[in-house]
Design a protein around this ligand. Sequence first.
Ligand code: UDP
Ligand code: MG
Length: 322
Amino acid sequence: MTHAHVTGPTTPLTLSLVVPVFNEVESIDLFIARISEVFRSETQVAVDIVFINDGSTDGTLELLLERQQHDPRLTILDLSRNFGKEAALTAGLQYAAGQVVVPIDVDLQDPPEVILQMIALWREGFEVVLGHRVSRDSDSWAKQVSANGFYRLHNRIAEQKLPENVGDFRLMDRCVVQALQSLPESRRFMKGLFAWVGFRTTYVDYVRPARAAGATKFNGWRLWNFALEGITSFSTEPLRIWTYLGLGVSLISFAFAIFIVLRALIHGIDLPGYASLMVAVTFLGGLQLIGIGVLGEYLGRTYIESKRRPVFLVRRIYSTKG
Ligand code: UDP
Ligand code: MG
């Protein structure tokens, strides 16, 4: 393989870490220290860190600004409010200038050492190196089960399969970052977009540890909405189901109608039938409501997308590079 960026192990390279932070005062120092430690002996890798402050209310920004005084590697994007991790990542990718870019969580659940293996694979010619979790032991049981269910369903109905047990933690070549930026949608389900753009991809295995400090920002309801976003962003199957369900139910009703008419002709008219009537009415009513609900999900998304609002708003950029 000979590709544009295939480089020897000593060719200098610039690496941008993209780190969304939302109320993470407890994690930031641990994170910066680990990064310094991991890259201390990597003299050929020039690291810069883009922190995206996603509307923190706990002094995260102030802490970052203080650290930046002594650490010119830090760039800080201060968003105008909490836009969510997806939007924060989008913002960070836009400002990350490195030849290779790695989105990474600040809580050290994405071990920075893994980046060294990713870089080695990038040097071999891969454009995307995924971080693949070999175990989710650190996640709660409920999260493991629901995540599994989500991937199953998503990959069954969506055209672009999501690699399982892969999060946002990955190394991307500049060309991949550019491709992501060319996608115009404003509702951004990053895992799906990452998969959609393609490129020459490989992965490294790692064990996902528990959070180093602080608490998770994703509760059950947020994850549920996240899953809905993922499925509706990348598949229209839930819309099409109703056609077939409707056809099936109509066929059954038609057969049933013939049966009733024949029975009335042969045996005469009888009144009882309240139970079957009620069942049919309520069952169909329920089905129709679900169908309308699914339509609503998509219509709502189309509506929001049609407004063409920006994905995030930046209050201020703090950079040491002028
Ligand atoms: N995060 C963010 N905005 C949010 C929620 C989370 O920027 O609205 C960041 C958070 O600070 C962390 C990363 O996204 O760096 C992952 O969040 P978390 O660890 O809470 O998620 P989990 O690992 O539990 O999935
Ligand atoms: Mg985490």
